[in-house]
Design a protein around this ligand. Sequence first.
Ligand code: UGA
Length: 461
Amino acid sequence: MNDNQFAKKIVCVGAGYVGGPTMVVIANKCPEYKVTVVDISEVRINAWNSDELPIYEPGLKDRVDKARGKNLFFSTDIDRNIAEADIIFVSVHTPTKTFGEGAGKASDLQFIEQTARRIKENSTSPKIIVEKSTLPVRAAETMASILHSGNNSVRFEILSNPEFMAEGTAIRDMEEPDRILIGSHDTVAGNAARDELLKIYLKWVPKDKIITTNLWSSELSKLVANAFLAQRISSINSISALCEVTEADISEVAGAVGRDSRIGPKFLEAGVGFGGSCFRKDLLNLVYLCEYYKLEDVAKFWNSVVEINDNQMERFVNCILKTMFRTLVDKKIAIFGFAFKPDTGDTRDAPAIYICKRLLEEKARLSITDPHAISNARKDLSGIDERAEFVENPYEATRGAHALALITEWPEYRSLDYQKIFDSMSKPAFIFDGRNHLDHQKLFEVGFNVYPIGRPPLTHI
Ligand code: UGA
C-alpha cells in the first residue's frame, strides 16, 4: 500500500516494552492503518528492524514478521512521522524521580514534556494524543497546557488509555484483554476522539470489555490496579513470615483463603518479593500523590506495601546468612534466575539485584545463571561484580557451590538433575527456594537442606 491508501496514520512515541508490543498487535489487527513506532534511540529502532528484536516476548516475533514493512514501521524520524500522524500514542518512560522535589517517589515527567513539545512543534493538523505511559492523575492537564501554549492554533484532544499487559504475556494480554480502558473529556471533541480509539479496539475486542470513563478516573485506575496487585503480594508475603514461625504452610493458607470467591486465587504466590519496572514505581507515585493532597494516612498505607516488599527480600538474605552459620565469606552461592519473573529478560527492579548486592556485601562468591537475563545481570552488577560470575549452564553454576538460591521460577529449573547437582556441591548443601518452585521433599531425600518461603525447612543438620 502506498502512504495515501491507509485509512489513518498512527504513530507511537517510545519503542519500549509497552509501545512496541502494543503497536505490533494494533498493526496486525488493523491492516488498513499505518502504524509507525518512533524512538530517539537508533540502536533500539535498528533492533526492531532486525531479526533480533530488542525485547523478548512470546509470540512477538511472528507478529512483527507478519506486519513489518507492510503497515508496521520503526523509525527514528520522529518529527516527520508526528507531522503526518492522525493519532499519536505517547509511550515514553516515566521513571521515579531521582533528584529534587519528590525524589524517590514522584514520576519524572521530563520525557512526557519533551514529547508534548515535539508534537506541538511538528503539528499543523489536529491530532488525537493517547497517553499510554503510566502517569500521575491529572497529567493530561499538563500535556494539554503545553500542546495548546503560545499562539498554537492546532487542536489536540487527549485521551488516557493505560496499558494493563504484563511482561511475558504481553501479546496474549493485548489480544485477549480483561478490559480496555479509555478516558476522555466529556465534550463533543472528547467523545469524537474516544470513538476514533474505540474503532481501533473494536476490531478485535468485544464491546463489553471496553470501559470508558473520564480522563482522571482512567489515569488513576492504572495506578490503583498495580497498587492492588502489589498489595496482594505484600499481604501474602507478610503472612509467609508468620507461617515460618508457626509451622503453618503459606501455600495451604493461600489456597484456603483464595477459595473465597470474593478474594480469588490469583496473585497469592509468596516469594522473595515483587519486582519489575511498574509496581514499585507506581506505588511510590501513588504515595507521592497522596502526600501532595495531604492524605497522610492513605500515603502511609500504600507505602507499607513497599516496606513489606523490602523486608521480604531482606528476610531471604537473612535466612541464607543465618542458616549458613552466619558467614558467607568466600562461599559460592549459585543464583538461579535474575529476571524479575520468568519468560522475560527484563531485570528492572528485580529482587535478584538487591539480593545479590547484599550477598556480595557479605563477601559471598556468586555464580549467576538465567536463561534470558545474563547480559542485563552483568550490567546491573557492574562495578561490584568482582566476586560474581555469569554462566549459561546451571550445572556449571552449582559446581562446588555451598548453596543454591532460586530467585526466578523459570520452568526449566524444575526438570534439572538435582542428584547430579547435589553430587557436585560442597556439603552440607543448601537450597533456598525463594519462589517455592522446586519439589522440596525430593530435594530433601537427595540430601539437600531445603529452605522454602513460608513453610518449615527440611534439614539434615
Ligand atoms: C504488572 C501488572 O501485572 C500489569 O497488569 C501491568 O500492566 C504492568 O505491571 C505495567 O504496569 O506495565 P509486570 O510488572 O509485567 O505486570 O509483571 P507481573 O506479572 O505483575 O509480576 C510482577 C512481580 O510480582 C514479579 O516480580 C512477580 O514475580 C511478582 N509476583 C507476582 C509475586 O511475587 N507473586 C505473585 O503471586 C504474582
